[in-house]
Design a protein around this ligand. Structure first.
Ligand SMILES: Cc1cc2nc3c(=O)[nH]c(=O)nc-3n(C[C@H](O)[C@H](O)[C@H](O)COP(=O)(O)O)c2cc1C
Length: 189
């Protein structure tokens, strides 16, 4: 499978870091080419949060594409990729996707997913949500987009932020259709 990961300037860049690390190890042997697009604002938020997120760290496994590169393969429906995850997804990116008024490659790639009927999974980050945020996410859900806000699980008894972000990354892989066994899953040994 070929997947795109978009990273935007919402809080929680550590989530992107953990997810990219796990995805880069090719869980289940499921992934071929992987693409990474990082918005211009994501770097500022990563610095503000003291996160481990650094796009260069993933360059070995992911093809890094500039958010300005509208000529990239993933900007076209004729390039056969399977889907995109946006983690974390800012409310301005959610708004751009819901309105169809995209200004960068993350928006364009999401638009391609929706028009081609491919998977688009958003990990929105904001609290509290305004009515505009909720209406935008409702509209996206109606258009077939998966809305998977970062909501930590507690039944797996996390002892650290790393436990929380790792378990969320596994749940995200579930939604992508890649099941990874884990002793902390409900019902697993
Ligand atoms: C430290 C910091 C934290 C932020 N956290 C959020 C957030 O959690 N959710 C959100 O929607 N925007 C957040 N923002 C604002 C976005 O960065 C801003 O709306 C930006 O336009 C997003 O652009 P992008 O989606 O192209 O990355 C934050 C900004 C800063 C500086």
């Amino acid at each position: 499978m070929k997947w795109v990961v978009g990273v935007t300037g919402a809080s929680g860049l550590q989530l992107a870091h953990t997810f990219l690390q796990i995805l880069g190890k090719n869980p289940g042997g499921s992934f071929g080419r992987l693409f990474l697009v990082v918005s211009k604002n994501a770097g500022k938020v990563a610095a503000a949060e003291g996160s481990d997120f650094n796009p260069a760290d993933y360059a070995g496994r992911f093809e890094l594409i500039s958010p300005d590169d509208f000529a990239a393969p993933i900007a076209s429906g004729s390039f056969g990729f399977d889907g995109m995850v946006v983690i974390p997804a800012s409310m301005s990116t959610v708004g751009a996707l819901a309105s169809g008024f995209g200004t960068n490659l993350i928006h364009r790639c999401g638009d391609v997913c929706m028009k081609e009927g491919r998977r688009l999974i958003l990990v929105p980050r904001e609290t509290p949500f305004s009515l505009i945020h909720l209406e935008n996410m409702t509209k996206l859900k109606q258009a077939g987009v998966d809305i998977m806000p970062f909501v930590p699980s507690f039944y797996n008894k996390p002892a650290s932020i790393d436990d929380v972000t790792r378990f969320f990354a596994l749940r995200l892989l579930d939604v992508m259709g890649v099941h990874q066994p884990d002793k902390n899953r409900w019902g697993d040994e």
